[in-house]
Design a binder for this molecule. Sequence first.
Ligand SMILES: [Zn+2]
Length: 437
Amino acid sequence: MKNQNGYVDSFARLIQCPTVTDSGHEYFKAFHDVLDEEFPNVTAKCEKIELGRDVLLYKWTGKSSEKPVVLMAHQDVVPAIGGDWKHEPFGATVENGKMYGRGTIDCKNTLFCTIQAVDELIESGFVPPYDIYLSYSDCEENSGPGAEMARDWFKAHGVKPYIVVDEGGAIIRKPAKQVTKDICAVGILEKGYADVKFIARGIGGHSSQPPKNTPIARLGALIAYCEKHTLFKAKKTAPATAMVKGLGEVLNSGLKFIAKSFGGTELFAKLARRYGGAYGSAMFSTTMVFTMMDGATAPNIIPQEAWVNANLRISPNDTAEKCFKKLRKIAKKFDVDMEVVKSREASPMVDLSSDGYKVFAEAVKKTYPDVAVVPYYMFGGTDCRTMQEIATTAIRCTPCALSSEQLGGMHASNENVDIKSIEETVAFFKNFLQMLR
Ligand SMILES: [Zn+2]
């Protein structure tokens, strides 16, 4: 077994590989060589299944193929250009017990801790009750096809994952002063997603003789209308209720009573939406925000066409089509066309009484006796939704302890993780795999 310095050196080698999404095969090849060297038991014992691109899928054969488990992560990272990095982003510098570098929390920590756990268990002679797969996409950060390629392999080979675990929630140290314990936020659902383009058209012309109601003016009126009005109603949903009730257990007394008694009501949803800021809105309704726009190609041209993109995150009790219907009506009012660029519905929610969720929660408790397990309603997306299509239970959480400040490092500068958190997370995955039943 590797000692602490073993983890540091080995994890550092993973961080030092600049596997930025779509950077090129040579970077991923070098990363694969590091994995082969650092995890010799996995290299010797697991079957490496060829899927194409630089996608990795390992199979560790267990005593039975009945309830296969898939541990997911992604190899790619977002670029580390700009920002105020105090250490070289791919240097893996250790300072005050923390390792700095791109990917330390998104999510080479997940990759390292899963493969390290398997490597140690193989070395100890452990044989898992079921087949275990390690599935690592090379293109999660741009929603590339890596996870789909793995899913298609499972489908083609008649493998139906019983439990899938991917990135998502984490262990949050002291999330707020009203919360009495550290929590493990276990991702149970992700919201739906859509990009919608509003396009205004006109005759264009020279900007020296401008008419009224040009495309940009109409888009501006549409944007102002959407900002001013509540487009999507607040509603209680099962994941929000599960999260509020779960948090209720660890809130201080007054808030605990409110969360536990009223957390699942429509009134709570309405009030939280109104007074809970951006988080309250995201938790209790579909949200929409304008993210991109374009008009003429020169400052003295009235555009014949201008557009603005709106990004929606769809609540599980709305459907994409229901939202689009409403938006089309508004667009018409402002003489604007609407096109759906892409859309997907919210994922199904994890059954909290399922075997998969229970064994995951029990492994968290065993590894971190003082941490409260809280169901976590995710607004962002992960690769997990792809595998969820064929899985019984799909959990989005790496139980790696992070402070609120460290969470802020995701996709930002000075991304870092505590070395101690890495050790604990390896221990978690070993417990989890040994507790499967
Ligand atoms: Zn990620």
